[in-house]
Design a protein around this ligand. Structure first.
Ligand SMILES: *Cc1c(COP(=O)(O)O)cnc(C)c1O
Ligand SMILES: [Zn+2]
Length: 377
């Protein structure tokens, strides 16, 4: 089976159609039958494309890649406990968003599309811009006007057209929505092909642990691009009989913007409207995640839970991992703060995997500010 299906009205489409949402407006999911021929996988280069039979791109010549992925999985000691950390801050553009962008932009190439639009102020924009450059595809990235100049420099350097939109994040979303009526929306939250790239996180962890799934994965959640990808990935491994059980998924949000943690805790049917506050973990501060219900469903189904972390804990987690020699951005440290909370009540035998999502070099201004605070040096 290989088709796009609507999560709202169940209508299905061929994956060859140039669409990113259903005619009814609903979100699309991709149903794709993956295979995992282990000997073949082992014989290939150490990139995320080694799981070739699990990636929904027909022809090799359409693949847009920098030989990314297969990032190191290293054991790190936290409070005397070993946690396996996937170093996804080491991707070509400095975040795991390259997983999604490589597969999505390869699909764009396969569809023969020459121009895409995307909205982001950060890492997703960088990744889409870089893979567009790799394929000679034009990209237009919509960003809030007040986004930090550092992140915008990277997007612009790749040759993307930056569209700076005055006002809130929601206004930027509205502007790209209008543009997406005529140009293909290479969206990291709407487009299902993005999630079929981020799912390679699960495949790599499975291989790096000796073809085994961990007991628990601890992942950040704003729009859930990594969390839903991991959930799809472990689901496909289970379906193919490669693992016996999928891991528990622990989802980490910032307390300053935690609509999903609230919905989970209070068992709400709808994602609540919240008033987001400023947070150091700006990369996961998403007040209205379009796949919110899917995310809660995935966490529930896995037997997992939500954790929320305040900025104070993000800062101390950032300090802790920096002193271990890892340089990650503050948003990435929120996940580490979640790991530290989780460890307080966990089983010592548990095999736990987490992730460094973004590189510290992306956030120099913020790092300087944190270092200047008393007691931080
Ligand atoms: C994208 C991103 C996340 C996760 O955000 P989602 O909105 O859930 O996709 C976490 N950390 C960093 C550094 C990111 O760029
Ligand atoms: Zn529909």
């Amino acid at each position: 089976m290989n088709r796009l299906t609507c999560t709202k009205c169940n209508r299905s489409y061929s994956p060859g159609e140039k669409i990113w949402k259903c005619a009814c407006g609903g979100l699309l999911d991709l149903e794709f039958e993956s295979a995992f021929p282990i000997e073949k996988i082992k014989s290939r280069k150490p990139t995320l494309w080694r799981y070739r039979e699990a990636l929904p791109i027909s022809r090799d010549q359409d693949i847009l890649s920098f030989d990314e992925g297969f990032t190191p999985l290293v054991p790190v000691d936290f409070d005397g406990r070993r946690v396996w950390i996937k170093q996804d801050h080491l991707f070509p553009t400095g975040s795991y968003k390259d997983r999604g962008a490589s597969v999505l932009m390869s699909k764009v190439q396969e569809l023969g599309i020459s121009r895409v639009v995307e909205d982001s102020s950060g890492n997703a924009g960088c990744a889409i811009a870089a893979y567009s450059a790799r394929g000679g595809i034009q990209s237009e990235i919509y960003v809030p006007q007040n986004s930090s100049p550092g992140k915008l420099a990277q997007i612009e350097a790749y040759g993307a057209v930056l569209k700076k939109i005055p006002g809130s994040r929601e206004e930027t979303a509205r502007a790209v929505w209008t543009a997406a009526q005529k140009d293909y929306y290479a969206s990291h939250s709407w487009n299902p092909f993005f999630f079929h790239g981020t799912k390679t996180f699960a495949f790599e962890v499975w291989e790096q642990l000796g073809w085994k799934a961990p007991d628990t994965v601890i992942l950040p959640v704003g729009n859930g691009t990594l969390l839903l990808g991991a959930s799809i990935g472990f689901g496909e491994l289970l379906e193919a009989g490669m693992i016996r059980e999928t891991p528990r998924i622990i989802a980490v949000q910032s307390v300053h913007c935690a609509p999903l943690a609230k919905a989970f805790r209070e068992e709400l049917k709808e994602i609540p409207k919240i008033q987001p506050q400023d947070t150091l973990a700006e990369g996961i501060a998403i007040a209205e995640p379009v796949r919110g219900k899917q995310i809660i469903e995935a966490v529930k189904k896995s037997g997992g839970l939500f954790i929320s972390v305040p900025d104070r804990e993000v800062k101390s987690a950032l300090r802790l991992v920096s002193r271990k020699g890892f340089y990650i951005e503050p948003t990435a440290a929120a996940t580490v703060a979640g790991v530290l909370q989780y460890l307080r009540n966990s089983d010592p035998e548990e095999i736990i995997v987490s992730v460094f999502t973004g590189h510290g070099l992306k956030a120099t201004e913020k790092m300087l500010k944190i270092l200047e605070e008393p007691g931080t040096a």
